[in-house]
Design a protein around this ligand. Structure first.
Ligand SMILES: [Zn+2]
Length: 201
């Protein structure tokens, strides 16, 4: 996904977020609390439109410190995030081993890898270790690219990434629901050009 503060992509998302800017603090807090209720008990694709909308609201909520003001009660299953005090909504990414589970409200580490429940930690570690060399193909330097049929290696890595992302969505994320009220999983690999629609569960 394109980034950079002035990219056309960012301008578009800024435009999308305008609808939430018309919400006053209380309306924003209530909308978010209600949407968290919809999220509860399910694993969500990062690309899901409802989640994307929620993330736009979350960005604004962060700016306005909505969660510190305690304007609305989030559903009971959601504990308070240690990073920013928003309700806990973790994101599973391929960087699980280094970044842990990432907070969807402030993008900091929400649950460090060592604090992830032991029953699922080993599976997540194994998955992350399988994924790292696959993803690394996208970042091979010129020497590595020249020493092999790079197009073929890249294609193979993309297929493997699809398989690993399907595993994240179908097996790992649902297991995390034993410990967290809702979970978001990254369903794309932009460096390997794997799009959400390539990741079919
Ligand atoms: Zn946070």
């Amino acid at each position: 996904m394109a980034t950079g503060s002035d990219s056309p992509f960012d301008s578009l998302w800024k435009e999308y977020s305008l609808c939430f800017r018309d919400f006053d603090d209380l309306t924003l807090a209530r909308w978010m609390a209600q949407t968290l209720g919809q999220f509860e008990g399910k694993a969500w694709r990062f690309s899901h439109p409802l989640l994307r909308a929620y993330l736009l609201a979350a960005q604004l909520a962060q700016e306005r410190q909505i969660w510190l003001k305690r304007l609305a009660t989030s559903p009971a299953g959601y504990g308070e995030s240690p990073c920013c005090r928003a309700p806990m909504l973790p994101l599973l990414t391929r960087d699980i081993h280094e970044a842990g589970l990432v907070c969807q409200h402030c993008s900091e580490t929400l649950v460090p890898f060592e604090e992830i429940p032991a029953a699922i930690q080993a599976d997540l570690r194994a998955w992350g270790e399988q994924y790292a060399p696959v993803h690394a193909v996208a970042h091979w330097d010129d020497t590595q690219r020249k020493s092999s049929d790079y197009d073929r290696a890249y294609e193979k890595a993309a297929e493997e990434a699809e398989r690993l992302l399907i595993k994240a969505g179908s097996r790992l994320a649902p297991k995390l629901l034993d410990y967290y009220p809702a979970i978001v999983w990254e369903d794309q690999d932009e460096c390997l050009e794997v799009r959400p629609e390539d990741v079919t569960l």
